[in-house]
Design a protein. Structure first.
Length: 378
């Protein structure tokens, strides 16, 4: 070990130097507390043997000053002093010392205590080495995550979501979201939309959304029917994703000229059509399993078509919204969603939902990805 000896008496320093050197320790000696504090950072000792009564700065003040320094490891301090009544010992320990040896001390006891310190230091060094390895792994993982995130941001673009008739909100539980919101306006009167919720959380959940997004973007650009698009999404997921990786989704198209909504709902909560008062005038139920579960032969691409009489808002969301809990474990629930929508001002339904959920969760972290979207139908 590297041991810093602090004593104002030369003979004491010389004695400790010889004794500790015979024990195969490296010894650095200084003659007062101020020198000890100044030498501490440069010497970086494994152990400090500190006298108490010294000129310039005594041992207690030096101990306090050393303990006040920012340290990335524990450095034990032993007090060596002829003052050994209870109050002296208490003063030393309260100042930050780890042990107290009375002069003259037993060489055998000192050697035993040094051996004990050495074992602790060895364990500490192992912990420090493991911590450094863990930090290196964490830094590498963070760099990889940032790289993957940049790729995902390019693969899943949300530029088409900038539409005056559209509101949306997406809150990932982790860096990568398993929820996906897409929209594409193909004319002044027609807009495709999709909200998807992939199984699980994080990167594993986000990967299937790349397939879903790319299929949606490519096929809506061609103006294909909703049934054809959802069948292709199901085929891609079923053939390319491992078992158990499926995506609940709502996919549809709004045609304002026909005043119609064509919609396929597989595994997501009800999609609500709301009048100007926030009342539900129609609900699109989930009538299909999530995409990716069934093979192409068993898959049903039948869509529901609904016509509106008066202007309305189409509101959809993932189950992360209704499953969100308050500090007491109470779910946000569908009824609270509907109540919030009934009291929200037209055009700000998503903002109202976001504010209501944040108040409900009271700064708790979400355990699931949360997403919702509202589209104006006129």
């Amino acid at each position: 070990m590297k041991i810093l000896v602090v004593d104002d008496i030369y003979e004491n320093r010389l004695l400790l130097d010889k004794l500790l050197s015979r024990m195969q320790h490296d010894v650095i000696s200084v003659e007062n507390g101020e020198q000890a504090v100044n030498a501490f950072a440069s010497v970086n000792p494994d152990l400090i043997l500190m006298d108490i009564m010294m000129p310039v700065m005594d041992g207690l003040e030096a101990i306090k000053a050393i303990r006040a320094l920012t340290l990335d490891k524990w450095v034990p301090i032993f007090v060596l002093s002829a003052l050994a009544d209870d109050q002296n010992v208490l003063d030393g320990l309260q100042a930050g010392a780890d042990d107290y040896l009375q002069k003259p001390f037993s060489r055998a006891i000192l050697a035993a205590k040094l051996g004990s310190v050495q074992r602790v230091i060895d364990m500490q060094n192992l912990i420090i080495a493991d911590t450094q390895l863990l930090k290196a792994y964490r830094d590498e993982n963070e760099a990889e995550q940032q790289f993957l995130q940049s790729i995902f941001e390019k693969l899943i673009k949300q530029s088409d979501l900038k539409d005056d008739h559209l509101q949306f909100w997406l809150l990932p539980a982790k860096r990568f979201s398993g929820d996906l919101i897409c929209a594409r306006r193909v004319s002044n009167k027609q807009i495709y939309f999709m909200l998807a919720d992939s199984t699980g959380h994080g990167l594993a959940a986000a990967l299937p959304t790349v397939i879903v997004n790319q299929a949606f973007q490519a096929m809506t650009k061609k103006g294909l029917a909703v049934s054809i698009i959802v069948r292709e999404i199901n085929r891609l997921l079923h053939s390319q994703m491992p078992a158990g990786r499926f995506v609940a989704l709502v996919l549809g198209m709004i045609d304002e000229e026909k005043k119609s909504v064509e919609l396929w709902n597989g595994g997501l909560p009800d999609v609500f059509a709301l009048d100007s008062q926030g009342n539900t005038v129609h609900a699109f139920r989930s009538t299909h399993p999530s995409a990716g579960i069934l093979g192409n032969r068993d898959f049903d691409d039948t869509c529901e078509i609904w016509h509106w009489q008066e202007a309305c808002e189409l509101f959809m969301y993932s189950d992360g919204l209704t499953d969100a809990q308050d500090p007491d474990g109470l779910l946000f629930g569908q009824e609270r969603v509907l109540q919030t929508l009934r009291t929200a001002r037209p055009g700000v339904e998503v903002t109202a939902i976001q504010q209501a959920l944040e108040a409900h969760m009271a700064n708790r972290e979400t355990q699931d990805d949360i997403s919702c979207m509202a589209i104006r139908c006129r």
